[in-house]
Design a protein around this ligand. Sequence first.
Ligand SMILES: *Cc1c(COP(=O)(O)O)cnc(C)c1O
Length: 363
Amino acid sequence: MTISYEKFALKEVINASGKMTILGVSKVSENVLAAQRFGGEHFFEMSDLAVKTGAYLSQLLKVEDAQIVSSASAGIAQSVAALIGQGDLYHVYHPYTEKITRREIVVPKGHNVDYGTPVEVMVAQGGGQVVEAGYANMCTPAHVARMITEETAALLYIKSHHTVQKSMLTVSEMVEVAKAHHLPLIVDAAAEEDLFKYSEMGADLVIYSGAKAIEGPSAGLVIGKKEYIQWIRLQSKGIGRAMKIGKDNILGFTQAVEDYLQNGSESGESMKQRLAPFVAAINQLPDLSAKIVQDGAGRDIYRASVTVAGKKSAKEVIEELKAQNPAVYTREYQANNGIIEFDIRSVNQNEMEKIIKRLKEIM
Ligand SMILES: *Cc1c(COP(=O)(O)O)cnc(C)c1O
């Protein structure tokens, strides 16, 4: 039996909610699939594959070196371990020993969030101890500096919409604190779209997630200083083994980065064009009125905003969309106001037609 949703009695999922980890984050392109297939069908000297793909990506991203890991979370754990152990093999084989005490990782308190997993769990997996700087609603460079001691191994900055945004020091300010104290700075930029910015600002290690903005297969990327990247590579003899990434995804992810740099993400203009017939078709349906709206945070993302009037509430429509096969997932944040949002970044023409068909049945 060939692979299909039916084989495992799974529901087909149409993802009109955006980039969601719970739905598998991204679909990959034909180009990336071809690279994965080449990886799956051939053998490699694996340590060479890691070093050479890292060197290739570091050229593209204008950094000293790069290492592909299994996820951004693995990137956090292995970066922390690398900066505690500093290339020492004793540490690799005894990552949690009490004989090594310099384990503190200073993080702004408002950055110690749960992105699906708490940041501090990944830091702990790397053998680090989170030391929070500042307060839940405020963190200045002085707050960070005050928490630095002889036991500090690194500073960590989480660049994400998950964190507190108000009254937090900037990445540049964190870089200045790190430099002033001769400490390495890790920036977790897992879902960020700019693959150059944080390295250019002076972060020593920058971490990205493979399947978020880059739309690659399941993977993570750490870029930065050559020596630190070598220390991260060394973790494959220790904790990194439990976070191993396969040859297929190493090659698929490398291709995804190359494609992403060449094509970028879909433009807002293109989304508006694809949305126009979708919105027009929804406006033909009873009790629904649709329009195109820009992302609330002002990003170049456009979505269909559908107001539900009449007997069924927006929440009921959302539940019915998820209940059947295919299951259609939407953005639910505005359901209280009677609005359903459709994010079409991962939805193709054929799937849009299926959504219209489901809405017709429901209404
Ligand atoms: C998604 C995310 C991660 C984890 O990425 P994975 O590749 O899924 O491990 C880490 N940090 C932040 C801020 C994220 O948004």
